[in-house]
Design a protein around this ligand. Structure first.
Ligand SMILES: CC(C)(COP(=O)(O)OP(=O)(O)OC[C@H]1O[C@@H](n2cnc3c(N)ncnc32)[C@H](O)[C@@H]1OP(=O)(O)O)[C@@H](O)C(=O)NCCC(=O)NCCS
Length: 185
């Protein structure tokens, strides 16, 4: 990232130029049977884990995707949605807990698209599908946490209507602090 760190301002300098998708991705839930595909997916994006956790991707990141995200067992409805290419490659993941942390919220644990497939609408497609399910399950707001120094991720959320829950605290946040963002559905 080279742009200034602003709590609200979009950082569009790292947005890939839009490219056409070869074929519409296939959306379906990601399951334990997809473990090898998920491993290949997380290992393909060391920049994301470096930015968010100061670490290279590892098996723990695979487990974290399959675990379904935060929330006490049984208190929310976990959904891990994958976007797959025609030949079965995992291109993107959206992980959500519906009706958590409150019955009217949907917590988005992760939205990630393979670096080489960004800028083709996959992130927006996964987000829209997750929001549609959340609405259908009675949620009225989306919540997520993004690492302060993930300026590109923050700009993506801002572009999609998410607002910082505590904008003043965000301005003073340490680079690896999680920032809460929300959006009404
Ligand atoms: C954030 C991410 C999921 C976006 O996925 P993507 O497939 O490249 O996004 P899309 O192509 O669907 O973009 C959809 C829209 O968002 C915009 N957008 C994409 N990335 C953006 C960014 N970094 N900043 C601002 N807008 C962005 C696009 O211009 C497009 O806008 P339009 O619909 O008005 O034309 C992807 O960059 C990614 O995986 N990043 C690493 C993981 C991450 O940081 N996740 C978010 C934090 S948890």
């Amino acid at each position: 990232m080279t742009g200034p760190a602003d709590a609200h301002g979009p950082h569009r300098d790292s947005i890939p130029a839009p490219r056409a998708l070869a074929a519409a991705p296939r959306l379906r839930p990601v399951t334990a049977q997809d473990r090898a595909l998920i491993e290949d997916f997380v290992l393909d994006d060391p920049a994301y884990t470096r930015t968010s956790f100061d670490q290279l991707p590892s098996i723990r990141d695979v487990d974290a995707i399959l675990d379904g995200g935060p929330g006490n067992a049984g208190s929310g409805a976990h959904q891990v949605l994958g976007a797959f290419s025609e030949d079965g490659v995992l291109l993107g993941v959206a992980q959500a807990v519906h009706r958590w942390p409150s019955t009217v919220s949907c917590y988005l644990g992760l939205l990630q698209v393979r670096p080489a497939h960004r800028g083709r609408g996959l992130g927006a497609t996964l987000l829209a599908a997750t929001e549609d399910t959340a609405r259908a399950r009675g949620c009225r707001q989306m919540l997520l946490s993004v690492i302060a120094r993930n300026h590109s991720g923050r700009a993506f959320w801002h572009h999609h209507g998410f607002l910082l829950l505590h904008p003043q605290a965000a301005r003073a946040a340490a680079p690896l602090s999680p920032l809460l963002m929300h959006k009404s559905l």
